[in-house]
Design a protein around this ligand. Structure first.
Ligand code: SF4
Length: 372
């Protein structure tokens, strides 16, 4: 395996650590080894329908910066159409059983109900203005032995960390926040949100991708998979509360320290704002480099880390069980998995770019917190 991997890494123009692959590496190295693009690169042929993904696609339309000051009555049908399109894409080319078809329709009904209810709530609490939606970032990692230098992979190219933001927003104090939308059955524990590494690493990485922009922290919006029998819509304004104060800004820079953790919500939606300190972000960057070093080591040890809650949702149970039994997993892999091709580049993602990223597009200076 090490030889094959060394060969694959040597053939790469660069080594990329994707946010979800890093999480897989930390959770269970066997699942990571089976699924990561730089490893065996297997993906299940059929995936369960993903309501979270469709809701996130819909909210990328809702928070599309170019439509932020539009009357919400105009935007909402577009959001629902975006949700349905995303769900429909998930069943394209699949031959569904009756049970799967029922499951799909059930999720569509649930998602539409959640979104209609969310609109009435969000329009009264969105005290920010969206700047970007659903946009990727990609940054070089520092060498843990000498942070002044980029870390290099076996091919001599920089090792990069790649992730995606659901929403970058600027608040009324000109502070930038990364907003994440989560679909859940139950609220997350506050400490679990504070410990969430994907959000933390994104806060560390974005200022390296868009140089100098300080991110104040993460805002988690949780949407519970429940819909009240009757949607009690408050007398909602026709536009989000923030629009009256200001429009989206490209080059703001807050000088105030964000307040501590804030939470608001009701039985169905909750929003938690978690500021991140400079020290926390610096430590996160160092940790990410150390992990990337382990992930890109061709001799990295691969072993399973079974744990009921983890294995219950693992997509690689059949090959994992075959390996545990001392069998060749080839039959299990051939039956339910495919090797992914090259990663497709998604062009022109809606709202992905609201200002230039090229040389010369950068403002001369971003104020930092404290006005330095
Ligand atoms: S089933 Fe459990 S032990 Fe096996 S690969 Fe998945 S998470 Fe790891």
């Amino acid at each position: 395996m090490a030889g094959r991997l060394r060969q694959r890494l040597r053939g790469c123009a660069m080594t990329v650590i994707r946010a979800q692959e890093r999480e897989s590496f930390v959770r269970c190295r066997r699942a990571w080894d089976l699924g990561a693009r730089a490893r065996q690169n297997y993906a299940p042929v059929e995936q369960p329908f993903d309501l979270q993904r469709a809701i996130r696609d819909a909210l990328a339309v809702y928070y599309f910066p170019g439509m932020w000051d539009w009357d919400r009555a105009t935007v909402l049908p577009l959001v629902l159409a975006g949700f349905e399109r995303s769900m429909r894409r998930q069943r394209e080319g699949r031959r569904l059983t009756d049970a799967e078809d029922d499951d799909w329709h059930g999720r569509v009904r649930l998602g539409e109900g959640m979104l209609r209810h969310y609109f009435a709530w969000a329009v009264t609490v969105d005290r920010f203005s969206p700047v970007r939606v659903d946009t990727d970032f990609d940054v070089n990692l520092s060498d843990p032995a000498d942070p002044e230098w980029d870390m290099r992979g076996p091919d001599g190219e920089p090792i990069r960390y790649r992730g995606r933001l659901a929403l970058l927003a600027v608040d009324t104090h000109d502070l930038y926040w990364l907003v994440e939308h989560r679909v859940c059955d139950e609220w997350a524990e506050l400490d679990d949100l504070r410990l969430d590494e994907r959000g933390l690493f994104a806060c560390w990485a974005w200022p390296r991708f868009y140089l100098g922009m300080r991110i104040a922290g993460t805002v988690y919006t949780e949407l519970r998979t429940e819909v009240p029998e009757r949607i009690e819509a408050p007398p909602a304004p026709r536009r989000p509360v923030a629009v009256a104060q200001w429009h989206r800004r490209m080059y703001a820079g807050g000088t105030e320290e964000p307040e501590g953790v804030l939470q608001e919500g009701n039985d169905w939606f909750r929003r938690t704002r978690i500021p991140r300190t400079e020290e926390e972000l610096a430590r996160a960057g160092r940790r990410l480099s150390v992990e990337a070093l382990a992930m890109t080591d061709p001799a990295a040890a691969v072993y399973p880390s079974p744990e009921p809650s983890r294995c219950a949702v693992c997509a690689y149970r059949p090959p994992c069980l075959a390996i545990n039994a001392g069998q060749d997993p080839a039959a299990a892999l051939a039956a339910g998995y495919r090797v992914r091709g090259e990663e497709a580049v998604e062009e022109g993602r809606l709202g992905g770019v609201t200002w230039g990223m090229g040389r010369g597009a950068m403002p001369p200076r971003f104020p930092t917190r404290g006005g330095a």
